[in-house]
Design a protein around this ligand. Structure first.
Ligand code: ADP
Ligand code: CDP
Length: 234
């Protein structure tokens, strides 16, 4: 059997061999840095399917990702990476933690251009915002790699905005993670799903914001299923 090497809030990670991992999406939903947790039957498969769909789309459009395949259920196979311990957030509209630090901006204001920001991946510290100088000085990324992360994140944003826009959906913001392969290439990693993106349909969230704002896990799973139907995801 494959060995469990990490259990996070939303996923379990297993080692398949030296180069590949299996990521299993849990049938659970958490909020408030894991303080609120509920069972969510069916969510793991829906989020795995979303991740497979978006990663495949990005690969077809020239973005290098860790994605290898989806088992049709809750598991994806990916390339094992040395992860960069930061979360990259791209924002098209003012929402979430942006509004908490910039309360003078009206919610859902469209930015003049997409904003890219960096947070240290640390639950204890509540993912603090980092400047680009911070992350370079701390040795988390070199200057050239940082530029590549920014360029790729903006390209991902263009592709996802276009794709979701074709289906009448608005992408408010999303989170990306990156890692290095053994041959030193920077690849897009982790997941792309309703857990990591805010997506509106006619002003209604089809993402984890529903749960953050108090909806039940059952309603969250219904929203993820609706998103998959709209995007033609099996
Ligand atoms: P968290 O650690 O935030 O609770 P998850 O439950 O999502 O997160 O766990 C998934 C873990 O797998 C995360 O720590 C993520 O950085 C890591 N990860 C994602 N893709 C890869 C990859 N290709 N190689 C190694 N680690 C990865
Ligand atoms: O969720 P919150 O308001 O605290 O954070 P945010 O910085 O406004 O989140 C921006 C985007 O990144 C949203 O789409 C979140 O779903 C996503 N995100 C994530 O996937 N994981 C995190 N740890 C933080 C944010």
């Amino acid at each position: 059997m494959v060995e469990l090497i990490y259990e996070g809030k939303a996923k379990r990670v297993y080692r398949l061999n030296d180069d590949e991992l299996i990521i299993e999406f849990k049938d659970e939903v958490t909020a408030l840095d894991g303080l609120r947790r509920e069972a969510a039957a069916g969510k793991g498969r829906l989020a795995a399917a979303q991740t497979a769909f978006f990663m495949n789309y990005l690969e077809r459009n020239g973005v290098r990702t860790h994605f290898i395949n989806w088992d049709g259920d809750r598991r994806i196979t990916v390339r094992a990476l040395r992860m960069v311990p930061i979360e990259v957030i791209v924002r098209n509209y003012a929402y979430g933690s942006f509004l908490r630090r910039m309360p003078m901006v009206k919610p859902l204001t469209r930015f003049s251009k997409p904003l890219v920001e960096f947070h240290l991946k640390s639950d204890e510290l509540h993912d603090p915002l980092l400047t680009t100088d911070d992350l370079i000085e701390a040795g988390l990324l070199g200057r050239e790699d940082l530029q590549e992360v920014i360029n790729t994140s903006l390209k991902v944003n263009d592709l996802l905005m276009g794709l979701l826009g074709m289906h009448g959906l608005t992408l408010l913001d999303f989170k990306l993670e990156f890692g290095f392969s053994r041959d030193g290439r920077l690849l897009l990693a982790d997941e792309l799903s309703g857990d990591t993106m805010r997506i509106l349909k006619e002003g209604r969230h089809l993402d984890k914001e529903l749960f953050r704002k108090g909806a039940s896990a059952v309603d969250l799973v219904k929203a993820y299923a609706e998103l998959n139907t709209l995007l033609g995801i099996s």
